[in-house]
Design a protein around this ligand. Sequence first.
Ligand code: CAO
Length: 434
Amino acid sequence: MTRLHEIKVPDVGNVAEIDVVEVLIQPGDIVALEQTVATLETDKASMDLPSSAAGTVQQVHIKAGDKVSEGSLIATVLANDEQVSSAQSDRPIEQASTPIASPPVEAAVSKTPEPISPPVEQPVTELLQAGIPATHKAHASPSVRLFARELGVDVVKIKTGSGRKGRILKDDVKNFVKKVMSEGVATGGAGIPGIPAVDFSLFGDTEIQKLSKIKRLTGQNLGRVLLNLPMVTYHDEADITDLEAFRNALNAEKASGELKITGLMFIIKALVAAMQQFPSFNASLSADGENLILKKYFNIGIAVDTPNGLVVPVLRNVNNKSITELAVELAEKSDKARQGKLLPADMQGGCLTISSLGGIGGMAFTPIVNAPEVAILGVTRAKMQAVWDGKEFMPRLMLPLDLTYDHRVIDGAEGARFMAVVKQNLSDIRRLLL
Ligand code: CAO
């Protein structure tokens, strides 16, 4: 038989005006016998209020912020006779129109009013005398502590919660776990010890500057890539003397104020031509590491330096675009990037990335692959060098190139051959027509 059962605040000793800090049920919920339905708190302790019946919640009579005392009505439950704690009052129902969907309850039926859940780490006798179990100094109810323990979280580390007076709620535990997962590297993820915190103010004045969202996300992503990809960087240089002469002649024809062509446009084209010869560079490893997904499109990401951090807009179908079209598109996208106006779609679908520091300087660096891509090409400043041509030293403009690749997909010899083709394409751009 089913009955309307009232869950009330049991005998909690001589305490009135108990705060309701969290209500964990709502009408329609199915509760199990002894399941925590609310968290109550006095100025000395907090406690979980267990359900005295199993069934479907019909009405909830309290909300967070209310004050209750012994006998206050908490909720009404359409309960199964078999699963009601005998001490609390029930009103039989004449006609229970729908059968109760009983939750899988294993708990035995209590013969006495159910005491409030036992305290966790509770040494305070005066609170026990008052009939109220207390909790550890961190401000959280036993059920939240239990939940935290199940997830391996030490509630003390959460410090302050979003509940009243900084109480730690279940959502705070979930958010803490999410944060630790996403910042795994910074906090010592993958079993690697984290970097210990240092109080720098001991050594002199300091100032706190918040990292931009882009910087934080980039940092997390780069950390994840470093931990997941076995990467190798291969360094080489391309002779771009003839390319530079052609480019300068081209730019000299342009009216003042017209968009100039930088060497980067030729690097993009030379790279894509090499990718057409080496399909494994235009690929991604499947998540299970079993297959290579070969791409039939050629989209190149370009790392752009912005005041808020590094972003990578993607130039699509580069194989079908002219050098001038690429220059216009990159100018538009890098402007948009620097104004913080790139949309997520502008940064998706890249096949390989180029990170060019050539406008700034440098001799070489080791860029980090923009996974799930399999390689990234780093470029630093071209420099005039004396190059031996077999007979004499000739002044040649040499462009340093750094190719980092995912060694699970690309072997060292393949990387070197790929770079040889990129170099050839740059040294003699007529090859790009082939
Ligand atoms: N060698 C010599 N000169 C170079 C060069 C190179 N490798 N690359 C560019 N230059 C020259 C250009 O020709 C241009 O010269 P002029 O002023 O005489 O025309 C000047 O440097 C500035 O070029 P640029 O940087 O404005 O243009 P770009 O097409 O080469 O690059 C872009 C565009 C968006 C990639 C670049 O502006 C940028 O943001 N680079 C930074 C990328 C970055 O931060 N990477 C690091 C990622 S890892 O943390």
